[in-house]
Design a protein around this ligand. Sequence first.
Ligand SMILES: Cc1cc2nc3c(=O)[nH]c(=O)nc-3n(C[C@H](O)[C@H](O)[C@H](O)COP(=O)(O)OP(=O)(O)OC[C@H]3O[C@@H](n4cnc5c(N)ncnc54)[C@H](O)[C@@H]3O)c2cc1C
Length: 330
Amino acid sequence: MRPVDDSLARRIEGICPGRVKTRYDLGRHSWWRIGGAVRLLVEPASLAELSALRLVLREAEVASLVIGEMSNLLICDSPINAVAIRLGTHFRAAERIDPVTVSVESGAWVPGLARFLQRQGLTGLEHTCGIPGTLGGLIMMNGGSLRQSIGANVVSVTSIDAAGEMVHRKREDCEFAYRDSIFARLDDVIAKVELRLEPGDPLAARRRMHSILRARRLKFPRKLPNCGSVFKSDPASYADFGPPGAMIERAGWKGVARGGAQVSPLHANFIVNHGAAKAADVLSLIGEIQESVEATCGHRMQPEVRYVDQNGRIWPADRAYRRLLSEGPT
Ligand SMILES: Cc1cc2nc3c(=O)[nH]c(=O)nc-3n(C[C@H](O)[C@H](O)[C@H](O)COP(=O)(O)OP(=O)(O)OC[C@H]3O[C@@H](n4cnc5c(N)ncnc54)[C@H](O)[C@@H]3O)c2cc1C
């Protein structure tokens, strides 16, 4: 991949006027408050702009990455030579297309979407009301809570591929699995999602959401920056080994620190930043915990969080840790 230079920046500014930021500090805006700046951040305002942008980036052979709220991303400490694409304020519309189906743009804030659906008398996504991300990030991760996942409500997903072409996929083609989807293996930008819900009582849905939020407030660390659950709580391994937090605690990691990062004393499947944590501190904890839990419990947990390297590539955090060991910081 080639470096992002000033002439490319000017071309991109021509496609997305006024919506290009130079050396944008991803770390300051990520939920972990860790990491460096990306060479350019671009916020397209329409599908046409997004398509044109993707085509130009491909022709220029420059790395790009798509970000949402960065509530599931660990950003590397060094400057990132890539173009970050964020579908922000211009991609948040939601409309009802029949009594039980809504079409929602991928930049929508998930807790806001859960409230919108509740007010519309549509139920099924209350479990997402406390997940601090965009719909695009949620679809990519097939996220959810309380043993539920967004994929169950998906009718179709529209994305823009690296050549700038629009692709429609029905749910069956999205390869949804536990905290995984086909989008983790593709280089597509998710733009729009059709969701099917059930008609239901808005008051009952509101009560359910309040009780979910109350339970999360009691259970999860809230005062220090974190990225939610670090390891996946896969239902299959849950049945045999219990939740990741319990395995991590049994292996003796609760409260253990590396640099400024610490396994939360409140919930062992969370890693918190005490203020000066480096991405390498978090990666070390993730890699060491994965190996130690496998040695003590016999189960290899899979990380939920993903790592952005200095070339803008996104990795599962455990693979990034092994690269860190063999090649040094990226
Ligand atoms: C306090 C806290 C609690 C959390 N609780 C939960 C929970 O209960 N359940 C859960 O599932 N998750 C949870 N998370 C994790 C996180 O919020 C979710 O994974 C969320 O869906 C990530 O969305 P995002 O917009 O922040 O994506 P990001 O973190 O910015 O990106 C995550 C991945 O999605 C990709 N991506 C983002 N947008 C797009 C797009 N438009 N097209 C293609 N790819 C895209 C990125 O490239 C990246 O690979 C929690 C996080 C925190 C901080």
